[in-house]
Design a protein. Sequence first.
Length: 179
Amino acid sequence: MPPPGDLTCRNLTPRATTLRDPADPTPRNPMPQDLTIAVVNGPNLNLLGTREPHIYGATTLQDLHNDVTEAGQELGVDVVCHQHNGEGELVSLIHDLARTGVDGVIINAGAYTHTSVALRDALAATALPFVEVHISNVYRREPFRHHSYLSDIARGVIVGLGTRGYELALIALVEQLRA
């Protein structure tokens, strides 16, 4: 059973790996069936489907996780899904994902996108390739949402395409990792 606040779509078996050296330019070209992508959702995303549906839609977090897991199956990759409201939990999760050998991350850090140097540092330190996703178009919202601490180190950023953005992020990240 996953810890409270952690929705896991699929169990991830730890691989014998170490943290990647951010200075190592060697591309990872794993066999397609060996790819594992983590979907990481931050604060308040557990309320999807009920929180401001005029902004975030009616899709629940479990529906979103089911959809992205199904998309992963179609691409031949494993998808593991997580959600935490706490900044420290998210930082620890990023560390754990790197240690267990996840190949890439799709992250919607929620409000921590605009505030968390710690989350940025965790992503940078682990050198996990990641795509940043936002369900709403943050640039059509309050000015404080216009800045991301993650975007400049991300492989890509998808905003404003609803929950479909997760699937698009998955497709793009898998294509990049297989290149």
